[in-house]
Structures are given as C-alpha cells and as structure tokens.
Design a protein around this ligand. Structure first.
Ligand code: CP
Length: 321
C-alpha cells in the first residue's frame, strides 16, 4: 500500500480487517517493524479518537508519532498553484510538504471540507497537494470527502460481532443535527460497505439528502426510514448536510432521530456511530446507552484499523511513495 486515502488503496478489505483483528489479539506482535521510524500527524481540524488511536497504533509498531496542530501552531498554508502570496497565507504546501517528507517516513493528515464549494471539496485539493509534494506515503485521518480509517474500523466491528451464516442487513440512516456536517463518514461507509460486498446495504435519508452517487452506487436507497430499518442487523446513524444543495441543512427533520421505538422492527439491531454524537438530537440516550450500542467498541477498534494500515505501509509502501 502506497497511500491510504480511500478503499481504492486496499487490495483486499478482509485481509486488512483480519490483520487489524490480529493486532487486537496481540498489539505488540510487530513492535520491531517501525523501530527508528516516525509518523507525522498533521491536524487542520479537531479530533479525539483519530488522534489518540493513530498515536497508539504507531507506538504499538515501535514508531514515534509527532502531532502537529498545523491550523493553530503552523504557518497559514497556501494550496493554490501559481498564486501571488500577498495575502494571509504564509507558506505554500509546495514548500512545506517536502520538508515534512524529510522528517517523517509516513505523513498522516486530517482536513475537513469547506462545505461552501462542492467542486473544490470533492477534488480533495488539500490531501492531493500533500501527496504530490511530500514524497512519503500519506494516510488520510479524514479528508474533505472520506474517512477511511473510520470505515475500516466499521467493517472490523461488523466482522467481529456478526456470527450468523446469512448476509447482515446494514442500514445507514440520516439523523438530524444542529449544524451542517461533512459527508465524509457517510460517503466512506457507503464506499467501503459496497466494496466489501458482504452485506445487504440500505441507505435512508429525507428528500434532498442524497449522497454522491460515486460512493452509494450499489446500495438500496429510500426516503422511508421505517421501511429501511425493518429486519436491520446494524444501524449506522449519522448526519450529513445536503450534497445537492451543497453544505446546507434543508429542513431540521427532528423526527429522524433514532429512538428505541424505531428499532422495534429491526433484528435487535446493533447501533453504530463514529462519534462525537449529539445525544437526543441524532439518537436518544436510550439507544446510545443500550447494550446493543457498539459505539465504544467501534471507537476502540480505531486503534487496530490504524495499526493494520501503518503496518501495511511499513511492509510495502515506503519504497513506492
Ligand atoms: N470518529 C472520529 O473520527 O472521531 P474524532 O473526530 O474525534 O477523531
């Protein structure tokens, strides 16, 4: 693996997920693999889970992880090519990225979308500029449109909790929120579940919240949440702003909050959410605090997902970036 930006960078999802589960069983099995190597973790946006789980993953492989909150502590970066830098930006990514490539064997980056300009966000300019100029493997810790480390942890969690012989029914349900939220987790979950191909996948959302077809293609999509939830084995609850009317909250739709009542006709569905979550807005306390909620286990699995990805890059990616 050269970079880890989307599911397209993964040769075999099950093999990668199995490697993650092997690390869960034996976290220090490859302690010597990353000895003497460093990862840089650049944050342009806040994080709890991604930051800490990726640091632990690197340490489990013997690597040193250096965190840099570049949005608060670094120079303001410019991403436009050929621009006259006489404004607020101080350093071009073309200059900063190769320097970081001198310091680190692997560079991990978190950035969010503007939610103002769809074409610019979906072009993934920021992470692509780092890939172009840094000269070392780049790992997305969430980009403008995708969150692959989260999605790998999602798959791992389904694999380790589903024991029946049939294909699980997995439902991604839109939830209300008080502010416009990126599409990354939903896009990425759809992309990974579709690529995995081992679940019956349904997406449900109110009218106007259709996700980009490039990620949802292959899923059953309905505006009827009740119908979607019927017989579900897993419900992934998540808000996202409109893709069509880009970055907008069209209507609050509080009735889409997930409650115990709505889960009555599921197959005692397990509940997933990437966190952080707005309690009693996206889903009710009773759902989140129920034994069927996987949110803490899922967040714990972020360590093993990150460890599997870093391990794969250490094994195969360092020569090829
Ligand atoms: N799920 C997730 O990425 O959490 P953080 O934003 O806290 O990293």
């Amino acid at each position: 693996m050269k970079h880890f930006i989307s599911v397209d960078d993964v040769t075999n999802i099950d093999t990668l997920a199995d490697r993650a589960l092997a690390y869960k069983a034996g976290p220090f099995a490859d302690l010597a693999l990353g000895a003497g190597k460093r990862i840089g973790m650049l944050f342009l946006n806040p994080s709890l889970r991604t930051r800490i789980s990726t640091q632990i993953a690197a340490q489990n492989l013997g690597m040193e992880a250096i965190v840099f909150n570049i949005d608060k502590e670094g120079w303001a970066l410019e991403f436009e090519e050929g621009t006259l830098m006489n404004g607020t930006t101080v350093e071009h990514v073309k200059d900063a990225a190769p320097v970081l490539g001198q310091y680190f064997e692997i560079l991990c980056i978190r950035t969010f979308p503007s939610l103002q300009n769809r074409d610019a966000d979906y072009a993934e300019k920021i992470i692509n500029q780092f890939i172009k100029y840094t000269g070392v493997p780049v790992v997305s810790m969430e980009s403008a449109t995708l969150h692959p480390l989260q999605s790998l942890a999602d798959i791992i969690t389904i694999k380790e909790t589903f024991k029946a012989e049939y294909r699980p029914k997995v439902v991604l349900s839109w939830a209300p929120h008080i502010k416009p939220i990126p599409h990354c987790v939903a896009n990425s979950f759809a992309q990974w579940i579709n690529a995995w191909g081992k679940a019956d996948f349904v997406i449900t959302h109110p009218d106007g919240y259709a996700l980009a077809e490039q990620f949802t293609r292959g899923a059953v999509i309905t505006n009827n949440q009740e119908e979607a939830l019927k017989d579900a084995d897993y419900v992934y609850i998540k808000n996202w702003s409109s893709y069509l009317d880009y970055g907008k909250i069209l209507t609050p739709n509080p009735s889409w909050m997930l409650t115990n009542g709505k889960l009555k006709h599921t197959n005692q569905a397990k509940i997933m959410h990437c966190l952080p979550v707005r309690r009693n807005v996206e889903l009710s306390d009773e759902v989140l605090d129920n034994k069927n909620s996987l949110v803490t286990q899922l967040a714990g699995n972020r360590v093993w997902a990150a460890q599997a990805v870093l391990s794969e890059i250490l094994h195969t990616g360092l020569e090829h970036a």
